[in-house]
Design a binder for this molecule. Structure first.
Ligand code: KIV
Length: 295
């Protein structure tokens, strides 16, 4: 029987999807087992987002996330993935201080963590320059505009961006400049659907929406939001596919009950000596213990 080898998603294959109007599916992952499931479910792009900080590490925002934390989790994800394109999110301050440091940090994701690309937020002149250097170093870049969570100190709160005309023009301008700079895809976060539609029609690279409506070329969600594992945060754009928090808690409470009432472990979950030797072994062990205690 011939086994079908999963086909690796490449950047040109994502561009073809845009051309053919096939939606691109993106989901975040931060560890080996979930990355494996997501890859088996044939998600196109796995983003190791710096949302890691909030949904896995318990930080208040994404700002404290370090390079070492991102590398650690990206490595776990790439060990699991056979098919999806893996994009690593560059954490706050890993690309802000100097272009050289930005390139060196991005290269660690490719060289050490085996990611396929990196994502950076924003489109300032410094970011556009950095993108040219990253491309020169053969590192594909995904852009991110709209609500860029690393700018939370500027925004003050996680709020829809681009609702007034000035903001909308700035976001459109940012998208066009990122396209020109050479990003292979563009995340559009928390912007009006109409603006996302204009950007999607205008740029040649795929747009990946999150809170940007249904007209983008693809969609990304944070895994823990999709699974209902972040019960405290639920933006309007999240669709929960599982009541994960509730279900996990139920299962764990059942385990607590079972152990406390001695229902688990039971006979079914126990090992034994081989039956022919069992009684002899037990006798021997008891005798050995008795002799030891007598000494
Ligand atoms: O960090 C993240 O998960 C992201 C997505 C929300 C796009 O940047």
């Amino acid at each position: 029987m011939t086994k079908t080898i999963p086909k690796k998603i490449t950047i040109p294959s994502l561009w073809r999807k845009k051309e053919n109007q096939e939606k691109i599916v993106v989901l975040t992952a931060y560890d080996y087992p979930t990355a494996r499931i997501i890859d088996q479910a044939e998600v196109d792009i796995i983003l190791v987002g710096d949302s890691l900080g909030m949904v896995v590490l318990g930080y208040e925002d994404t700002l404290p996330v370090t390079m070492e934390e991102m590398l650690h989790h990206t490595k776990a994800v790439t060990r699991a993935v056979k098919q999806a394109l893996v994009v690593a999110d560059m954490p706050y301050l890993s690309y802000h201080l100097s272009p050289q440091e930005g390139v060196a940090n991005a290269a660690r994701f490719i060289k050490e963590a085996r990611a396929d690309a990196v994502k950076i937020e924003g489109a300032s002149p410094a970011r556009l320059h950095l993108i040219s250097l990253l491309l020169e170093a053969e590192i594909p870049v995904m852009g991110h505009v709209g609500l860029t969570p690393q700018s939370i100190r500027h925004f003050g709160e996680y709020r829809v961006q681009g609702k007034n005309l000035t903001q909308a023009k700035n976001i459109l301008q940012a998208a066009l400049e990122l396209e020109k700079a050479g990003v292979f895809a563009l995340v559009l976060e928390s912007i009006p659907r109409e603006l996302a539609q204009i950007i999607t029609q205008k740029v040649a690279v795929p747009t990946i929406g999150i809170g940007a409506g249904p007209d983008c070329d693809g969609q990304v969600l944070v895994l823990h939001d999709l699974l209902g594992l972040s019960p405290d945060i639920s933006p309007k754009f999240v669709k929960k596919y599982l009541e994960g928090h509730h279900l996990f808690r139920q299962a764990i409470e059942q385990y607590v009950q079972d152990v406390r009432t001695a229902r688990f472990p039971d006979e079914e979950h126990s090992y034994h000596f081989n039956s022919h030797a069992s009684s002899e072994f037990i006798k021997e062990l008891k005798l050995w213990l008795k002799e030891k205690e007598a000494k």
